[in-house]
Design a binder for this molecule. Structure first.
Ligand SMILES: Nc1ncnc2c1ncn2[C@@H]1O[C@H](COP(=O)(O)OP(=O)(O)OP(=O)(O)O)[C@@H](O)[C@H]1O
Length: 290
């Protein structure tokens, strides 16, 4: 799929959640990052047909999604941020129900096979008879991921897929996402930078309803290289450093405190500022601070 988001504006009364947001996407995994209120959820709700924009247009393979909503809906898979499901519904029933909602026929052996294959893939095969309310948080997230992938959508929208998962579950989810990212657009919105760092082809940075940029992780890292320094200071110097710079990390070391800072100007050089390799955390903090 080729998705063109063009000049989207969305207001909630006097709050402008999306302000002339445009983005062109082709097959690949896009990690969406942005601080609270940046507009990620609003964009995802619009892309998943749960909200309508006030201005602008979204074209899926050149067609306005508002003019052909049924056709578009059949091509998307959506995993919501909240682990919502029918408490009394069993795992297999839930998948069958979602298949029907997606217009798939349960009479087709290939649909039943797909459900089984997906449940196997997310390690829920042995829990097919369990009710939604009996699943752990991680199981619920995996089931919601499986229903999103059902029907082989061209656009897969994942809103905070790893929210609330322990590190093992998070890594498992990340691997599932990476596996399903071929030959489609995957939108992955999250606050967990390491999740996108591992799997995203492109990172989309949003701020105050606008696009800061859409670039590969390598290009983002290169962009902020001039603004990141790491050096060792004394405990008494920390307060002054915090006044002048955004501190991205601090840790004790033998010589004192190793501190990582982000800033525009390093001309005083009183602390023997040293260049260092940036991380995506630095990218995020730099663009949040300017
Ligand atoms: N239903 C609503 N009514 C009024 N304002 C809203 C509503 N939903 C979102 N907003 C506002 O719109 C802006 C964008 O919110 P949105 O939830 O899209 O951001 P976000 O990037 O997803 O944030 P978070 O990371 O906290 O989920 C914020 O200022 C938010 O307060």
């Amino acid at each position: 799929m080729v998705l063109d988001i063009k000049n989207i504006v969305k207001r909630y009364k006097d709050v402008v959640a999306l302000n002339d947001f445009s983005l062109h996407m082709e097959n690949g995994l896009y990690g969406f990052l942005g601080e609270n209120g940046a507009g990620k959820s609003t964009l995802i709700k619009i892309l998943s047909c749960n909200l309508v924009q006030d201005e602008g247009v979204i074209l899926a393979d050149g067609k306005d999604i508002r003019l052909t909503p049924e056709e578009y809906r059949k091509r998307i898979g959506y995993m919501p941020q909240e682990s919502v499901g029918y408490p009394g519904m069993r795992v297999q029933e839930f998948m069958e129900y979602m298949a029907v909602l997606k217009g798939l026929s349960l009479k087709e052996p290939s649909v039943k096979e797909q459900i089984l294959r997906l449940l196997r893939q997310v390690h829920l095969e042995e829990h097919m008879k369990k009710k939604f309310s009996q699943l752990s948080g991680g199981m619920k997230r995996r089931l919601l991921f499986a229903q999103a992938v059902l029907g082989n959508p061209s656009l897969l929208i994942l809103d905070e897929p790893t929210a609330g998962l322990d590190p093992n579950e998070r890594i498992a989810m990340r691997n599932l996402i990476a596996k399903e990212a071929l030959d489609r657009i995957v939108i992955l919105a999250t606050h967990i930078i390491s999740d996108v760092e591992c799997v995203a082809d492109e990172i989309v940075l949003m701020k105050k309803g606008q696009l800061v940029g859409c670039k590969t992780p390598e290009v983002w890292l290169d962009d902020v290289k001039p603004y990141v320094r790491e050096f060792v200071c004394k405990p008494g110097e920390i307060e002054k450093i915090q006044e002048d710079y955004v501190v991205s990390n601090m840790r004790q070391c033998q010589e004192g405190i190793s501190i990582r800072v982000i800033g525009e100007k390093f001309d005083g050089n009183i602390f023997k500022l040293a260049e260092t390799l940036p991380t995506l955390d630095d990218v995020y903090l730099y663009f949040a601070s300017v």
